[in-house]
Design a protein. Structure first.
Length: 345
């Protein structure tokens, strides 16, 4: 197996910089659409054979150094009892938002093998398929990010209802976050036990918070998850990605993660100085930069690789998920560039 990604997560020497892409198993690949034509999005997440097929596609087609399980962060709220729909051209909708004590009381902390067993089945299937290929990354949404969907009822531009609960009903907000946190701990433990070789926590909306609010309303819950995983014997690398979180890095470094993911809004060498020793970095090409012609993309890739040398370890990635409009050959070109430019002769 190619273990370059796992070595970089641990800050160990590697022959080249490993690379994978967030949302790499997705809509930019024609092969994904072939599978998707047979399922709804949620059914695809819940069908281990389909999830396995699309998870493997970028490994075989693009040449990435790690596979990430095809799923969605919102399967956790659904497993807790929140109704979930994916509406075409609108995205996720939770038609029964959690905005009062009765809503929180209705939520459960589920047994992951019971309510999310399809995820563990996909992980076990993938480990068999990936045995001589690359490591498998499992994931979950961070409590704050999942809470925003549960409170707002879907995506939001300003997170007004979430912040309203935070500011005016902090005890209610805390009870909701406690349930999400406990569910996420159990879920990620189950993924590791099923065979996930690294785990990433996605805090997609952390950047919507002021630093003081992040410290009070988001960070403690992620710390609790990571501490519980490590104390519970989970030994795989743990990655934390706070999107639009450059202003939060001094706090993110205290979360306990082995790796911090970065968006494109900060230089990697600057991030390395803020984060300090002992934590690897992951990132951070702007996803739209994949549209650049080769002669302009290569200097950007080279610059990120050079900046990444300042980190304890570096995994090349995009600063957010690959966009559906990106031609697959451009993604493959980027992966080839990373491997070629970083390989030690």
């Amino acid at each position: 197996m190619n273990t370059t990604f796992l070595k970089a997560c641990r800050g160990e020497p590697t022959d080249y910089t490993p690379v994978w892409m967030m949302r790499q198993a997705g809509r930019y690949l024609p092969e994904y659409h072939t599978v998707r034509s047979r399922y709804s999005f949620l059914d695809m997440c819940k069908t281990p054979e389909a999830a396995t097929e699309v998870t493997l596609q970028p490994v075989d087609l693009i040449g990435v150094d790690a596979a990430i399980l095809f799923s969605d962060i919102l399967v956790v709220p659904e497993a807790m009892g929140a109704a979930l729909e994916f509406v075409e051209n609108r995205g996720p909708v939770l038609p029964e938002p959690v905005r009062d004590q009765a809503g929180v009381d209705r939520l459960i902390v589920p047994d992951p093998e019971d309510k999310l067993g399809y995820v563990m089945a996909a992980i076990r299937m993938l480990r068999r398929e990936l045995v001589n290929k690359v490591p498998l990354i499992g994931f979950a949404g961070a409590p704050f990010t999942n809470a925003t969907y549960m409170i707002e009822g879907g995506s939001s531009k300003n997170f007004f209802l979430t912040k309203k609960m935070m500011y005016t009903e902090p005890d209610l907000y805390g009870r909701l976050m406690d349930k999400i946190t406990e569910t996420t701990i159990l879920y990620l433990k189950a993924q590791a036990e099923a065979g996930a070789q690294a785990l990433q926590i996605f805090d997609s909306w952390a950047g919507a918070l002021a630093p003081c609010d992040y410290a009070e309303f988001a960070l403690p819950y992620v710390k609790r998850i990571i501490a519980a995983l490590k104390e519970g014997g989970v030994e795989v690398p743990l990655i934390y990605f706070a999107n639009n979180g450059a202003t939060l890095l001094d706090q993110c470094r205290t979360v306990g993660a082995d790796v911090l993911g970065l968006d494109w809004r900060i230089n990697l060498d600057d991030a390395a100085r803020i984060v300090g020793p002992g934590i690897a970095l992951q990132g951070n090409l702007d996803p739209c930069a994949l549209l650049l012609p080769a002669e302009k993309m290569e200097p950007r890739v080279a610059r990120i690789l050079e900046q990444g040398k300042a980190a304890h370890g570096h995994i090349f990635n995009l600063g957010h998920g690959i966009l559906p409009e990106i031609p697959p050959e451009q993604a493959k070109l980027m992966v080839e560039m990373v491997h070629r430019l970083s390989r030690k002769n």
